[in-house]
Write a protein that binds this ligand. Sequence first.
Ligand code: PLP
Length: 390
Amino acid sequence: MPHLMNTYGRLPVAFTHGQGCRMFDEQGKSYLDALAGIAVNTLGHNHARLVKALSEQVSRLMHVSNVYRITQAEAVSDRLAAISRMDEVFFCNSGCEANEAAIKLARMYGHQQGIEQPAIIVMEQAFHGRTLATLSATGNRKVQAGFEPLVSGFVRVPFDDLAAIEQVAARNPNVVAVLFEPIQGEGGINLAHNNFMRGLRQICDRKNWLFMVDEIQCGLGRTGVWFAHQHAGILPDVMTLAKGLGSGMPIGACLAAGRAAGVFKPGNHGSTFGGNPLACAAALTTLDVMEADGLMARATTLGEAIRGGLRDGLSGVAGFVEVRGDGLMIGIELDRPCGELVTRALDAGLLINVTADKVVRLLPALVMSDAEGAELVAILVPLIREFLGA
Ligand SMILES: *Cc1c(COP(=O)(O)O)cnc(C)c1O
């Protein structure tokens, strides 16, 4: 047995290489990849432009300390600011680190307003990461169990429920921010309504709270716009990114705008690797290719086609609840735990995931072709029908 710490129940397959939305294992078997490393490989595998950009960057510089200027990080910050209409970017290496930055920023913002015990509203079924602060913000007891005492200063409310937030607003003077996912990923592909986001924006303006969106899974083009909150036509104060930003290179980001900009000063926060030239070359190329190849529009049309195909194949089947999602962030809810579908799909040459026990989750690369989308439906529908005994 290898000496890996026992933190994952791993499937018995090891991949050697990939091309686009295909992956190949040690036996040479080919798989259709409908998971993209959990929304990470935005451009699929072995994308020519990404390989070229990274190779060139590796041969020049991989790491430079943040005590110097890093022009690649400056360039990515300019691009992210332009597409998000936000003001500042802090770079780190993962989603939980981006959320840690957001949580620290909200607390410092609170202290600057004279609030000694700042609190952040978070949602049921939320997932924000595995560090102590982010697992405390997460709305899943399984993620927290055994790690008590949790970090304090979080107030939990039901997801997508403005009335619950108004109640907290009326009785808790320590609230400084609200943190939520516009589409909950790990929680089972749960969509916040646009009216919820607009109403929450108004409450945050009225109460001087920071409106903080975790777009680590739903952001970066996956739902047909750069960031999922843009469907509601609102501007957040803080946004966190990671997963798809580097198409496989580890990079995270915490963006701030308006009242949230300028909160951190030198010495307040940092990261040794954050925003290094190699990770930033990956992010810059990802954003360039998304724009040049119109991948956001592709996410919309392909997502509609996949959801339509799944509904056609599954509606009326006993045990099938619904297909939901937006763009290429798709959940298929069944009436029973369905984790074993992951191994059945693997045997059939398809990579999928199950989250929240009963929800099959699809997060393919944005470069998936129409033919591959149809193939995904053609493999998955019979597997689910068979699993449900139809
Ligand atoms: C994956 C995820 C995180 C955590 O990201 P890591 O890179 O694993 O730390 C946080 N929030 C959301 C919404 C995620 O999907």
